[in-house]
Design a protein around this ligand. Structure first.
Ligand code: FAD
Length: 385
């Protein structure tokens, strides 16, 4: 299975699994703002959420391109990986930077589904896109760190047993490096919730189970520090690049879903005695959306190839995320337009997918910040942020 670069067997298996979670399922959850528990359990029990965990810790030990195939197919089937995708990309930080003891303690439980690692707490109200300005503080106190502060948009915090937390362990500017003084911790949410951590859900335009998290003297054992103190930003990079690549894969899946829906409808819908898809004004936008999707898909593959080879892939991961998010956003728009009035009817699922894919223009990194990164790192222009 791992030798097939396109993971055809995995793709087929995911399509089969997703067929048990049709549009009605997602529409109901959308109305109730409820978490897709059954879907996440099905993915966990089939082993897909632990595909990136090394075999020695109970996972499938597959490369990131397998996770690309899994998340793309989930989205191509009309489902939504946002309920659990973080487990895949957070893993990069733990697998590459966690101590042997941390990996032995957490990874087998995550692989078996006993515990979920789905919360990734970076963003804060005051710092926004400027991660180097986060203020949540972890102060060393004997064998513990004491955490105080606030995180914003921490998705799935209510549905996760573990959280990967980025906190400041020394004041900004004190290390001489812009991104110095930050550290990553793995938090046991159950312990933390009974010791000063509180969570407040935020209702959003799509069903996303995102929250605000408040830390009031939360004690975290020092052994839960991932990597060295102060090296948090470097540790996060493995996770962040994986996140860009996997979100891009979801956008490719969304785009394929929109393209299939738009093409089918344009072939079938007859107005003025001919299929609407015979009009170039209808077919050209769909064809252009297809071109955009294919270009983005190639960039996702290139970014995944570099990630797997442990080469620097910041530029490619960012380009993949930008191209794929733009492709899905545009395809969503074209799909609605092709359906005319029916594009707005909830029962067609297009408006739901439109809302879901819109997020990726902003999160986990906004388009502007990607362009700023590329201007600086790929083109050598002055840093603008
Ligand atoms: C539904 C949802 C789920 C999320 N889940 C998580 C999560 O699980 N964990 C987590 O840590 N975060 C999460 N986020 C946060 C997300 O990563 C941020 O919203 C995103 O990085 C943008 O930050 P911000 O919202 O603070 O916008 P801001 O940084 O305030 O930016 C606002 C706008 O200004 C633009 N802008 C800002 N600075 C510049 C500049 N220098 N040049 C050009 N343009 C600029 C941005 O592009 C953006 O369009 C989530 C967000 C949402 C909405």
């Amino acid at each position: 299975m791992a030798e097939d670069p396109d993971y055809a067997e995995i793709r087929l298996a995911i399509q089969k699994l997703c067929s048990h979670f049709p549009g009605e399922y997602w529409r109901r959850l959308d109305c109730e703002a409820a978490y897709p528990e059954e879907f996440v359990v099905a993915l966990t029990e089939s082993g897909y959420l632990s595909s990136l965990i090394p075999e020695q810790y109970g996972g499938a030990g597959l490369p990131i391109s397998a996770a690309v195939a899994i998340l793309e197919e989930i989205h191509r089937s009309g489902c939504n990986g946002a309920a659990c995708h973080a487990q895949m990309y957070i893993m990069g930080t733990l697998v590459r930077h966690g101590s042997e003891a941390q990996k032995a303690r957490y990874l087998p439980d995550i692989a078996s589904g006993k515990r979920r690692l789905q919360a990734f707490a970076i963003t804060e109200p005051a710092s926004g896109s400027d991660t180097s300005s986060i203020r949540t503080l972890a102060t060393r106190d004997g064998n513990h760190y004491i955490v105080n502060g606030q995180k914003l948009w921490t998705s799935r915090a209510e549905h996760s047993d573990l959280m990967l937390l980025l906190a400041r362990t020394s004041p900004k500017g004190s290390t001489g490096k812009r991104t110095g003084g930050l550290s990553v911790f793995i938090l046991d949410m159950c312990d933390a919730r009974s010791g000063g951590l509180s969570i407040r859900p935020i209702r959003t335009m799509m069903n996303h189970f995102t929250t605000e998290v408040f830390f009031s003297d939360v004690r975290v054992p020092a052994e839960n520090l991932v990597g060295e103190e102060g090296s948090g930003f470097r540790c996060l990079l493995s996770g962040i690049n994986a996140e860009r690549i996997l979100i891009a894969a979801e956008c490719i899946g969304d785009t394929k879903w929109f393209l299939a829906r738009a093409s089918n409808y344009a072939r079938d819908r007859v107005v003025f005695d001919r299929p609407i898809g015979q009009n170039q004004g209808v077919q050209f936008p769909i064809a252009r959306a297809f071109v955009n999707m294919r270009a983005a898909e190639l960039m996702v593959r290139e970014a995944a190839r570099r990630y797997e080879a442990e080469l620097d892939c910041g530029t490619e991961a960012n380009m993949a995320k930008l191209l794929a998010a733009d492709a899905s956003n545009e395809a969503a728009n074209v799909c609605i337009q092709t359906h005319g009035g029916f594009g707005f009817a909830a029962e067609y699922d297009i408006e739901r997918k439109f809302r879901e894919t819109r997020l990726y223009q902003v999160a986990p990194v906004s388009t502007n910040l990607i362009l700023s990164y590329l201007a600086e790192h790929a083109l050598g222009l002055p840093r603008s942020y």
